[in-house]
Design a protein around this ligand. Sequence first.
Ligand SMILES: Cc1cc2nc3c(=O)[nH]c(=O)nc-3n(C[C@H](O)[C@H](O)[C@H](O)COP(=O)(O)OP(=O)(O)OC[C@H]3O[C@@H](n4cnc5c(N)ncnc54)[C@H](O)[C@@H]3O)c2cc1C
Length: 468
Amino acid sequence: MKRRVTILGAGPAGLWAALSLLEKHVEIEVTVLEKEGSPGGITGSFRYRDLVFDYGSHRLHPATSSSLMGRISDLLGDDLLKRPRNGRIWLEKRFISFPLKPVDLIFHLPFSFSFGVVLDSLTSVFSDRSEGVSFEDTLRSGLGKTISTRFYFPYAEKLWGLSPSELSPVQAKKRIASSSIGKMMKKVLSSVRGSSVSSGYFYYPVNGFGQIASRAADSIVDLGGKIMLDTEVVSVIPPSGKHHGTVVTAGGDRIETDFLFSTIPISDFMRFLDPVPPPSVVEAAGRLLFRSMVFCFVEVRKTQYTSYDAHYFPGLDTCFSRLSEPRNYSSTDEPHGRTGLCFEIPCTEGDGVWSLDDDGILKLVLDDLAKTDLPEPEVASFVVKRKRNIYPVYDHAFSLNLGTVEEFLKEYSRMVSFGRQGLFVHDNTHHTMEMGVAAADCLSADLRWNAEKWADYRELFSSHVVVD
Ligand SMILES: Cc1cc2nc3c(=O)[nH]c(=O)nc-3n(C[C@H](O)[C@H](O)[C@H](O)COP(=O)(O)OP(=O)(O)OC[C@H]3O[C@@H](n4cnc5c(N)ncnc54)[C@H](O)[C@@H]3O)c2cc1C
């Protein structure tokens, strides 16, 4: 009988683990269980009235390693486009380019902002460089008062739902690559010179970002793997060296497995374990906070709404943090006379925004859009989707809670959690694909897990820099 590996979640992490395992070991049977009706997780796309929508702005960043890029190119061929970045930020009641350009920082922002940044840069030479105890003081000492209070603090509160003082300094280190004025200026200048690896362009499939996941899923099936969609996992009896494990689905199926990879949210995974972990572990897992998101997808009666791919809205005066127009990502001219807009509204599961009905969400979006310089869209129709577990939130206790859960998981030699949700990290798509490839690399044909090698990979993952 073939050895059975079950993977929970068909996002990029789960898919790339499955693909890599099947390419490596013909003697392993791989099954991926996914609760949604299509693969890709948050990187998936869907069709609505002939428009292709992603779950928020998604791009494949040039920071993707050349080996991974090669594999993605093999899957997509000519369908993978290299596209120029063309975004804007709504800052101080005006739009400026994103990624930032020095000319905008100096000439297109209010004098008080530009002057404040210059003054902050000069005083930063003498400021206290000691490690901050919160997101707030880490950014304030790195970037100065102006950029922190007028850009990053409201943005942080909007995205993660906590005030900057309630967030851990790790949130600043992991999420904001340019956490000092010097680094920020270097990035801005390198983008002008074109020397930055992330400057100016990105990769995008012709049929939506989700085409990467759907091609990976096709290859998994071609290689003999199985992907069970609409299959929500509700309980897990872990496999051990002596006994197989069992994954129980919401539909009542019981799937036997000899090894288990989980890429679903780590807090859910802990709740599903049978036997139930000790109370301290369950409590720690329950205290790991995730932010959710309401997506408002709007069909607009116009061939192109603006020429920009994305608009970023850091301020708390608008409910959405970003507006993207998928047509401008793939440069398609179909369908004619209509385009799609995607509004990303960060929220917390169960709060006022999350619970608002769909008409209420559209009204909120349009009312807030009217506060900006963007034109009023002629709305033909719209659809609202809600997703849990969008962003991990690093409060002051997250590291302690995560440590407790990870320590407990080490007791299992045939069960590993990884991916953005499984490791509770902010990582990009290419990072989570690399995690999948790494996980497959640590598993031998006879299902022995190389914990030492995995620890080395984890060390590597901790150096991931998130790209926006
Ligand atoms: C708004 C937004 C924009 C982003 N933009 C970019 C970008 O431009 N570029 C970039 O590189 N990255 C971007 N990212 C990050 C990228 O989306 C993630 O890195 C990637 O999706 C993580 O993949 P994953 O497989 O680890 O997790 P996920 O994609 O979250 O996959 C987990 C899977 O598990 C499934 N699942 C959960 N619970 C169960 C269950 N009980 N049973 C069965 N299945 C279950 C889920 O449905 C999902 O399919 C963005 C993220 C967000 C939120």
